[in-house]
Design a binder for this molecule. Structure first.
Ligand code: X8Z
Ligand code: ZN
Length: 606
């Protein structure tokens, strides 16, 4: 690292001296060979720097203290500084006629940080610390009651209340309580936005949102159009689901609390952010008693612990022909919440070295939700393994939505029949009633999520561009929640609060469009793999467990990493180059027909 600073320093110095001394003489034009050598060096140095950053970041996320905050911030600062310099240096090659691979690597270099820093050292360290602190506030967050006299509860415990309680006030207390944690983030977040924008400008983008939207092999404007197009494809299905759920909740909480023509209060949907409604399934089950989908109970009854649940997930990937996870995955991952310290429980997958030290960090509980999340996280890990042979700058998903979609696509194969075969539930009924029940559960996860997945970055793009100023952070947030999700704040919110910060990805600065795209893509992957597996029948009932044909094509797609534009990767598995919600619509067709019947005579919408 030190060596590299010296080299860059002398290069810059040399350039200044030359232009000063040889007025009028053109500087030697760099050659494509130099560009290639530059990329090779950056790849080598990045692997080392990223390993240091990931290591510090892992320790901090699994052991939050002021000290680990600082250590992680320093490591991040080092990477940020390197990146600013490398990008500056790479500008020499602008306009050169380069081979595809080198040109792509240079482009990705500017896009590889979701939070680039300003080049001024003081601002860079400020940003690194702000970013680290925002995450830690989230990770440490607890609610101990209005006067601090309730037993303190962390996000896991508060989420459990939101999932299980049907008591209006108890739900409200947990919902409001968690949002007291994010109020102190507001000034830090403002700095995060201002400094992140400066960093993005240094990389050649108008603001950070433009940088994020530039990583899809399309223009930022095309990304917005594409997202809107996909949303319009699925919105009718969301509207049908919303209508049905609202009327059923009305039966529980009364018409004065759940008005017939308005949005649904956000705290009664079974999830802290109202992004996944499947915890309401017992109340919303279309045909009560037709098929037993209670996996939570079965996991407990069968003595599943975190390791066994994770092994079950690994087994699915092995059945498709993937290589097993390395031994170190099992010894170094954090699978359960430690009892003696604060950690960031939000599930994540890690690749610490770019060459095999892969892990997950998760506070696993024996629930179906966590079993699915394990498959989601393992999807990231198996992706890492498949592209580890590539240079570090290409060790990414074809786009970030691909990375998020892999594990989810596999989890779509966790059908009632599959669950039965692994001994977790009884024989599923073969009739339509069983199918509609199962589809309802899936829709409460997948369809409920879609508008949420879209609006998070809708909000951030406008925040980064300055269209939404700090004085209306919360107001604009709730406008979007209402417009897209048809969900409202259950009590008045003000600009004292900072409700966006109550969602992990805002303080952690993780772009969110990826999850929206993943929710579309995973159905494309699923359909393609089912066809490869030779499956014929209702898409929702297909499980590709054991199909080497499906596994082979999936692995071929993953092995491309980000070395090629994403349509090529998509084509490798699905034969198409477009993102398309048609497979999702097809998957849910039986349920959508059923919902339309149920909603007859209702006034839908909000
Ligand atoms: O953050 C995640 C994963 C880690 S990449 C657990 N997800 C989003 C969320 O929790 O909000 C998965 C679904 C959406
Ligand atoms: Zn993920």
């Amino acid at each position: 690292m030190k060596k590299y600073i010296a080299i860059v320093g002398s290069l810059l110095l040399a350039a200044c001296a030359t232009s000063g001394a040889n007025q009028g003489q053109a500087e030697a034009k760099p050659t494509p060979e130099e560009a290639r050598a530059f990329v090779e060096r950056v790849n080598r140095e990045l692997q080392q720097l990223w390993t240091r950053q990931a290591t510090a970041s892992w320790v901090k996320a699994t052991y939050i203290t002021e000290d680990t905050d600082r250590l992680a911030a320093w490591a991040r600062e080092e990477v940020m500084a390197y990146m600013s310099r490398a990008v500056e240096e790479s500008k020499r090659f602008d306009g050169l006629d380069l081979d595809d691979e080198t040109a792509r690597a240079l482009k990705l270099l500017r896009l590889s940080q979701s939070l680039p820093a300003p080049s001024e050292a003081a601002l860079r360290s400020e940003l690194a610390l702000v970013a680290s602190q925002l995450q830690s506030i989230y990770g440490r967050g607890k609610w101990c009651g209005e006067d601090g006299n309730q037993p303190c509860r962390d996000l896991g415990e508060l989420s459990e209340t939101i999932a299980k309680s049907r008591d209006w006030d108890e739900l409200l207390d947990a919902w409001v309580g968690w949002r007291t944690v994010s109020t102190e983030m507001r000034p830090l977040y403002e700095r995060n936005v201002a400094l992140g924008n400066l960093g993005a400008q240094g990389m050649g983008f108008a603001n950070l949102g433009e940088l994020w939207r530039s990583n899809y092999d399309m223009t930022p404007a095309e990304v917005e159009e594409e997202t809107e197009r996909l949303w319009q494809q699925v919105k009718p299905l969301y509207d049908d689901l919303h209508c049905y759920v609202r009327s059923r909740l009305q039966a529980i909480y009364g018409e004065d609390r759940i008005p017939s023509d308005g949005p649904i209060p956000a705290h009664v949907l079974g999830n802290m952010w109202a992004q996944d409604w499947s915890n309401l399934y017992p109340e919303l089950e279309p045909f009560p008693g037709q098929g037993d989908l209670n996996v939570d109970e079965a996991l407990v009854r069968n003595g599943y612990d975190a390791v066994r649940m994770t092994k079950l997930g690994e087994q699915f990937f092995l059945s498709l022909g993937f290589d097993p996870l390395p031994e170190t995955f099992w010894t170094r991952s954090m699978l359960v919440q430690p009892r003696d310290r604060d950690v960031v429980c939000h599930a994540s997958a890690w690749d610490l070295t770019g060459e095999g030290d892969i892990r997950i960090k998760m506070c696993i509980r024996p629930t179906e939700e966590d079993l699915i999340t394990i498959h989601h996280e393992l999807g990231h890990n198996f992706y890492y393994q498949k592209y580890n042979h590539l240079p570090p700058l290409f060790q990414r998903g074809a786009h970030d939505g691909f990375h998020e979609a892999v594990g989810d696509a596999i989890a779509l194969s966790i059908t009632p029949q599959y669950l039965h075969e692994v001994g977790l539930i009884g024989e599923p009924p073969a009739d339509d009633k069983g199918l509609i029940n199962f589809q309802m559960k899936m829709a409460l996860q997948k369809i409920a999520f879609l508008p949420f997945g879209k609006l998070i970055d809708q909000w951030r793009w406008d925040v980064f561009s300055g269209k939404i100023g700090p004085e209306e952070y919360n107001k604009s947030w709730w406008e979007l929640r209402e417009r897209y999700q048809g969900v409202s704040a259950p009590v008045a919110r003000t600009e004292e609060h900072f409700d966006p910060g109550a969602k992990y990805h805002i303080p952690a600065n993780v772009p969110y469009l990826r999850y929206f795209l993943a929710h579309i893509l995973q159905f494309q992957f699923h359909k393609a793999m089912c066809e490869l597996a030779g499956y014929e029948g209702i898409l929702a009932n297909c499980s590709v467990y054991g199909s080497k044909e499906a596994g082979e094509k999936l692995q071929a797609m993953l092995a491309l990493g980000q070395s090629r534009p994403w349509p090529e990767a998509l084509e490798a598995l699905t034969g198409t180059r477009e993102m398309d919600a048609a497979p999702l619509i097809e998957y849910f067709e039986p349920l959508q027909n059923w919902l339309k019947e149920q909603n007859k005579g209702q006034s839908c919408g909000w």
